[in-house]
Design a protein around this ligand. Structure first.
Ligand code: 1CP
Length: 319
C-alpha cells in the first residue's frame, strides 16, 4: 500500500529534499526505495515504488502530491471540455518507469515484484475533486448527471492506468495489482453500471501478458463479487471483512489477499500475534491466500514490528 515506505528511516533519508513524484521518476531512487522494505523485512515480494497518479503526471496533467494531503490537481476535471482536453499518455513517457522496474528486478533475483495501477474510479475521484475527499460526491454526481462525460473520463483513466501497468509488467514485474481504494464509496448498482467496465478496460491492456492480476479496494465488502467479475485472479480484501466470510461471499472461486488490520500494528505483541494467526486461519478457507495488510502501513509503525510479523508468518506458513 502507499505508506509502506514511510515507516522506514532509510526511506525518509533517501527522500530528503526530493518531492514524492520526482522520486518516482528517478529510476535509481525508485528502485532503491522499492528494495528497502524487501531487504529489511524479508518479505516474499516487493511492491514497486510509484504512485497511482504517476500516469497523470507523465501524460502532462498538472498534479502533485502535497505532503500531509495527498494528490492535488492544478485544475479539477469536471466538464466534457475538460475531459476532451486531457493529454494522452505516450509510450515514450513511461521510460523512467520501465527503467526503474528493470533495475529493481535485476537486484531482486528470485523475489517477484508486484506492479500496480490505480483503477479508473479511484483516479477519476482525484481528478474530479481535484484532491482527496471523504465521500467522493463529485464523481458520484457526475456519473448520474452527465454519464457521457463520466464514461469518457473513466475510459481515459483506464487507458492511462492500463499503459502504466503494462510498462511495469513488460519490464519484468511478475504480477499486477489494480487499486480501487475508494470504490467502497459506491453502492453495488453504481459500481456495476458506471465503473466495472472501465476497470475491466484498464486490465484489457495487460491480459495478453498472462501475469496474475489482483484487485483491491477498501470498504468493498459488498462489491467483492463484482470486483472479481472485472476479470482478475486474486481479490484483495481490506481489514473489515474476515477472509472466511469473503471466501463465502465469493463462493470459494478465487484466491484472496489480505488482511491484517493496520491498527493492530501498534497493539501489544500478544494482541497482534493472535490477530495474525486468526487471519492465517481464516484465509485457509480460500483456494489460495496471499497474506498482507488490509490497507497501508501507518507511518508511525515501528519497522521492527513488521519484521517480526513477517517472521511469524513464515514460521506458521513456511511455503
Ligand atoms: O508505499 C509504497 O512505497 C508502495 C508504493 C505506492 C503505492 C502502491 C505509493 C507510494 N502509492 C501507492 C498507491 C496509491 N496512491 C493508492 C492505492 C493504494 C492505497 O489505497 O494505499 C492511493 C489511493 C494513492 C494516492 C495517494 N498517494 C495518497 C492517498 C491520499 C488520500 O486520498 O487519502 C497519498 C498520501 C499518496 C502519497 C504517497 N504515495 C506513495 C507514498 C509512499 C506516499 C506517501 C508520501 C510520502 O512518503 O512523501
Amino acid at each position: 500500500m502507499r505508506q509502506a515506505g514511510r515507516s522506514l528511516p532509510e526511506y525518509l533519508k533517501v527522500r530528503e529534499g526530493v518531492a514524492m513524484l520526482d522520486s518516482c521518476l528517478r529510476p535509481e531512487l525508485a528502485s532503491e526505495i522499492t528494495l528497502q522494505p524487501v531487504r529489511r523485512h524479508d518479505v516474499d515480494a516487493g511492491i514497486f515504488f510509484s504512485d497511482i497518479v504517476i500516469p497523470l503526471k507523465l501524460a502532462g496533467v498538472g498534479v502533485d502530491i502535497v505532503p500531509g494531503v495527498g494528490p492535488v490537481l492544478d485544475k479539477p476535471v469536471r466538464t466534457a471540455a475538460d475531459v476532451a482536453a486531457l493529454p494522452r499518455l505516450t509510450e515514450e513517457s513511461l521510460e523512467p518507469i520501465r527503467e526503474a522496474v528493470r533495475l529493481t528486478v535485476e537486484q531482486l533475483g528470485k523475489t517477484p515484484l508486484i506492479g500496480f495501477a490505480g483503477a479508473p474510479f479511484t483516479l477519476a475521484a482525484y481528478m474530479v475533486e481535484g484532491r482527496p475527499s471523504r465521500d467522493h460526491l463529485g464523481p458520484r454526481t457526475m456519473m448520474h448527471a452527465d454519464p457521457e462525460t463520466w464514461t469518457a473520463l473513466a475510459n481515459w483513466a483506464a487507458d492511462a492506468s492500463g499503459l502504466f501497468l503494462r510498462a511495469q509488467l513488460e519490464a519484468g514485474a511478475s504480477a499486477g495489482q489494480l487499486f480501487d481504494s475508494w470504490a467502497g464509496s459506491l453502492g453495488l448498482a453504481d459500481y456495476t453500471r458506471f465503473v466495472a467496465a472501465a476497470s475491466s478496460r484498464a486490465l484489457d491492456h495487460v491480459r495478453d501478458l498472462g501475469a496474475p492480476l489482483v484487485h483491491f479496494g477498501t470498504g468493498t465488502s459488498e462489491l467483492l463479487v463484482a470486483m472479481r467479475d472485472v476479470g482478475v485472479d486474486v481479490v484483495g480484501v481490506d481489514y473489515r471483512l474476515p477472509l472466511d466470510e469473503a471466501n463465502r461471499r465469493l463462493g470459494g472461486t478465487v484466491p484472496l489477499q489480505g488482511n491484517i488490520d493496520p491498527a493492530l500494528l501498534s497493539a501489544p505483541w500478544e494482541v497482534l500475534e493472535a490477530h495474525v494467526r486468526e487471519v492465517i486461519a481464516s484465509g485457509a478457507a480460500a483456494p489460495g491466500h496471499v497474506l498482507n495488510l488490509g490497507h497501508g502501513v501507518p507511518p508511525e509503525t515501528d519497522p521492527d514490528v513488521l519484521t517480526r510479523v513477517v517472521e511469524l508468518i513464515h514460521s506458521v506458513s513456511p511455503e
